[in-house]
Design a protein around this ligand. Structure first.
Ligand SMILES: NC(=O)c1ccc[n+]([C@@H]2O[C@H](COP(=O)([O-])OP(=O)(O)OC[C@H]3O[C@@H](n4cnc5c(N)ncnc54)[C@H](OP(=O)(O)O)[C@@H]3O)[C@@H](O)[C@H]2O)c1
Length: 254
């Protein structure tokens, strides 16, 4: 659903873009899909000029990973000074969530395995918990926001680690939303799941943050389009660092 590339041609009524513009976009609200050489998008959709300090590969990762991180953190009422825990902090949503939570002035703890500790430190995180050594739900610490970006925890596990008026955010929680709704209605804590909404103004915000040096993309591997199946097999192992990108060599003469 995420892509970046050059505008090849425009429709006769298009005014916002011209051929040759470098853009990044989300196809979420159009017809999904972006494993392709060409994609037709409405000019008023989620299409924005690419950050001038990012490659196409880096820019493509913003439209889902960073948008999802931003959407959930805003739902969690992120504020300066809030104590935030990001579980799965080494994934796509996670690496963006760490950087965005820091941008919003939060005190950020990330949970990852031993091999990703240095990666999280490179994102200027405040504290790292290695999940192979320590269970954050059992160490007595409490947080204003617990953001599980990889759906590896449950609400019941995290309840006692949430402060009063805290938020439990989970990107992969469809099955337990009823419990979450009941919990939100009967306590002073809130549970947020569901699907992130992609808004053009948020893409513009992410572009500006990137250009001012406050947001970067972590790329694990790139695969050519012909190896898309291998790319998915790698991602489905559940251990990528940041993002995996499919790239194309576009031959204009062809
Ligand atoms: N709700 C929405 O709107 C929305 C939008 C986008 C994505 N999603 C979903 O969000 C999820 C996250 O996607 P993603 O691309 O950011 O990452 P991902 O590829 O699903 O996860 C990769 C990361 O998870 C870490 N991880 C694996 N097991 C873990 C555990 N037990 N505890 C903590 N971390 C663990 C891995 O680190 P290690 O190798 O160190 O274990 C790896 O860095 C996906 O399920 C995706 O479908 C939802």
């Amino acid at each position: 659903m995420e892509l970046a590339g050059e505008v090849e041609a425009i429709g006769k009524d298009v005014t916002l873009f011209k051929a040759g513009d470098q853009v990044f976009a989300s196809t979420f609200k159009v017809n999904f899909g972006a494993h392709a050489e060409y994609k037709c998008l409405p000019e008023n959709g989620a299409v924005v000029t690419k950050p001038n300090n990012m490659t196409y590969e880096e820019a493509a990762t913003l439209s889902v990973g960073a948008i999802t991180a931003l959407f959930f953190l805003k739902k969690g009422n992120i504020q300066p000074g809030k104590k935030v825990l990001i579980n799965g902090a080494s994934g796509s949503v996670g690496t963006f969530a760490v950087q965005l939570a820091k941008y919003f002035g939060a005190e950020v703890t990330g949970v990852c395995s031993t091999q990703n500790i240095e990666l999280l430190k490179s994102l200027a995180i405040d504290k790292v918990i290695d999940y192979t050594q320590e269970d954050f739900t059992k160490n007595g610490e409490t947080y204003d926001i617990i953001f599980d970006t990889v759906g590896k925890t449950s609400l019941s596990q995290c309840k006692s680690s949430l402060k009063n008026k805290g938020y439990y955010l989970n990107t992969v929680m469809a099955g337990s939303m009823i419990n979450g709704l009941l919990y939100s209605m009967t306590t002073d804590k809130k549970v947020v799941g569901g699907t992130a909404v992609t808004r053009k103004e948020d893409l513009v915000f992410l572009k500006e943050l990137t250009e001012s040096g406050q947001l970067k993309s972590v790329i694990d591997r790139c695969y050519p389009l012909e190896q898309t199946a291998e790319a998915h097999r790698y991602v489905e192992k559940g251990h990528k660092k940041g993002n995996v990108v499919i790239n194309l060599q576009h031959d204009k003469k062809a």
